[in-house]
Ligand binder design. Structure first.
Ligand SMILES: [Zn+2]
Length: 288
């Protein structure tokens, strides 16, 4: 009987470890088949082909958080994900910051130029679950290959108080940006409760500022050491340095990534990752 009990215990342990596996985002949208870890098994896994990816903060930043402060926070998060240590060397992905974005817009233009934008929404949140979404990352990619063309992160300051300090934390900006940058890189939510890519966040904490073993394993799988590629941080179609083709009327002429998603003939797909649920308590492994 003792042997049988040990066998069952070992099986449970194996299942627990299996459930702690990272997931990659894929080109499959909607009701996709998933494996035991909750990972999509349909569609092409998403990835950036370059060794480095550029991003830019909205020059307007937020009425609550200055550009300088926001840049420091985002730079720390980007550094957290850069050049991670894998078992056989460094992961081949790093971030490069470009000049602040002149337009308050998250979009992808198939004919370029583009910016991988990080911006605050201070006054409105035009997505579902406005009152419980902390952020949203929109990734545009090639539906066949999974190559990522563009990624934009929007931070919901309209319905949430985002804070930057180590004390009196409400919703910690660095934790949220670090989680969103994981989506930016092609990671989906993980069932590992310790992972920064777990879908839940415990308000008032700064615990998602760091990446954990499961997150690192995910980046190492997507961007393994020795990957044959070059560093090309310029966004697809060139870097957008001004608003709109005529520099008039803001950026309203651009087609949005969402519009691309519903056009049946285009090659692009869009995955709107995230929205960390703000009401769920972050659970530790084994507590479920
Ligand atoms: Zn998320």
């Amino acid at each position: 009987m003792r042997l049988a009990s040990l066998t069952v215990a070992a099986l449970l342990l194996a299942q627990a470890e299996s459930a702690a596996a990272f997931c990659r985002s894929t080109s499959c949208v909607g009701d996709c088949e998933r494996d035991f870890d909750g990972c999509k098994v349909e569609g092409a896994p998403l990835y950036w082909p370059s060794l480095c990816v550029g991003f830019a903060l909205d020059a307007q930043a937020s009425e609550h958080i200055t550009l300088d402060v926001a840049r420091e926070v985002v730079r720390r998060s980007a550094t957290t994900w850069s050049s991670l240590e894998c078992p056989k060397g460094e992961a081949t992905l790093a971030f490069v910051e470009t000049e602040p974005l002149p337009c308050h817009v998250a979009e992808f233009l198939p004919d370029g130029p583009n910016v991988n934008a990080i911006l605050f929404q201070d006054t409105q949140w035009s997505y579902k679950s406005a009152d419980n979404s902390l952020a949203k990352t929109t990734v545009t990619y090639d539906k066949t290959s999974g190559e990522i063309f563009d990624a934009d992160i929007e931070l919901n300051h309209a319905y949430n108080e985002l804070t930057v300090g180590d004390e009196e934390v409400v919703y910690d900006l660095e934790s949220i940006v670090t989680h969103e940058l994981g989506h930016f890189l092609g990671l989906d939510h993980s069932l590992d409760f310790d992972a920064t890519m777990n879908a839940s966040y415990n308000p008032g904490t700064i615990e998602l500022r760091t990446v954990e073993q499961d997150d690192v394993a995910g980046v190492c799988a997507i961007y393994p050491p020795g990957r044959a590629a070059t560093c090309a941080p310029t966004p697809r179609g060139g870097l957008a340095e001004r608003c709109g083709p005529d520099d008039e009327g803001g950026c309203s002429v651009a087609r949005s990534a969402a519009e691309l998603d519903v056009a049946p003939s285009v090659l692009f797909g869009v995955v709107a990752a995230c929205a960390i649920a703000r009401w769920r308590l972050r659970r530790r492994r084994g507590s479920r």
